[in-house]
Design a protein around this ligand. Structure first.
Ligand SMILES: *Cc1c(COP(=O)(O)O)cnc(C)c1O
Length: 236
C-alpha cells in the first residue's frame, strides 16, 4: 500500500477511536485534539498528515524537531520529550508548545529563550503518576515528571515567567499501571490546577495504547505515534 493511503486509513481509525471514546465519556467530539507524534518518521510523513488535515505534530527529541519543524511550517509543533536546559533555545525556536516542563531550572531556561526570541511558549507541566497505584515504584522505572505535590509551586513559576504561558498538564501512564487509575489521578491534579489557574485547562494524556482511558478522564490532547504511523524502528 502506498504510504499516503496507509496514513489515511490509520488516521480514520484513530479518529473513530477518539470519537467513540468521546461519545462513551459523554464528551463532545471536538473536546479532544490529536497530536501526531512523528518521531523517527520522515518529514514526508508530516507533509502527508498535514495534507490529511492533521494540524498538531510533536517530537520527543530536539535533534529531530530542529530538522523537521522548519520544513513543515504548516503545522503547530509540540515538544513532548525530556528536555535538557541547553536545548531550550532550539525548542523555543521550533515549537509552540512544550509538554514536558518538569523543573525550575528548565522554566528559567525556557523563559530566557522565549524572551530573547520574542515568542510566547505554551508550557504544560509533566506530572509523574507513579503515586497513583502504579507498579512503577516497584520496578524502579520512572517516566519522569514533577510529583503531584510539587505542581502548584512549579505552576506558579511558569505563570509568573516572562515569555511563558501555563497551558496545563501532561502525563504518561506508568509502565505496568492501570491507566484508568493513573489518569484519574491526573484528572484530580488538573482540577486543582484549574482552580488556581483557570486558563491552564489542557490535559495531554493518552497514547496509542491507552487513549480511551485518557479520554474517560478528561484528556484534551492525545499524543499518538504508532497507531497513526506504524511500528517505529527501535531507536529508543
Ligand atoms: C512516542 C511518544 C508518544 C506516542 O506514543 P505511541 O505509543 O507511539 O502512541 C506519546 N508521548 C510521548 C511523550 C512520546 O515520547
Amino acid at each position: 500500500m502506498i504510504r499516503e493511503d496507509e496514513l489515511r486509513d490509520n488516521l480514520q481509525k484513530v479518529r473513530e477511536r477518539i470519537q467513540t471514546a468521546c461519545v462513551a465519556a459523554g464528551r463532545p467530539e471536538d473536546a479532544v485534539t490529536l497530536v501526531a507524534i512523528t518521531k523517527t518518521f520522515p518529514v514526508s510523513d508530516v507533509h502527508a498528515l498535514a495534507a490529511l488535515g492533521v494540524r498538531e505534530v510533536g517530537e520527543n527529541r530536539e535533534q529531530e524537531l530542529r530538522v523537521k519543524a522548519p520544513e513543515c511550517p504548516e503545522v503547530v509543533w509540540h515538544f513532548v520529550g525530556q528536555l535538557q536546559s541547553n536545548k531550550a533555545r532550539s525548542v523555543v525556536r521550533h515549537a509552540q508548545v512544550v509538554h514536558s516542563v518538569d523543573r525550575s531550572s528548565l522554566v528559567s531556561a525556557l523563559s530566557r529563550a522565549a524572551v530573547d526570541e520574542g515568542r510566547v511558549l505554551r508550557c504544560l507541566l509533566q506530572v509523574s503518576l507513579a503515586s497513583f497505584g502504579s507498579a512503577e515504584a516497584a520496578t524502579g522505572r520512572s517516566r519522569g515528571g514533577v510529583a503531584p505535590a510539587d505542581v502548584p509551586a512549579l505552576a506558579a513559576e511558569v505563570a509568573a515567567a516572562d515569555g511563558l504561558e501555563l497551558g496545563g498538564l501532561m502525563a504518561v501512564a506508568p509502565l505496568g499501571s492501570d491507566p484508568d487509575q493513573a489518569f484519574a489521578g491526573l484528572e484530580s491534579v488538573a482540577s486543582r490546577l484549574r482552580s488556581e489557574h483557570a486558563g491552564a485547562d489542557w490535559i495531554s494524556a493518552g497514547m496509542s495504547g491507552d487513549l480511551e482511558a485518557a479520554i474517560r478522564h478528561g484528556a484534551t490532547h492525545v499524543r499518538l505515534g504508532r497507531a497513526l504511523l506504524g511500528t517505529r524502528p527501535p531507536l529508543g
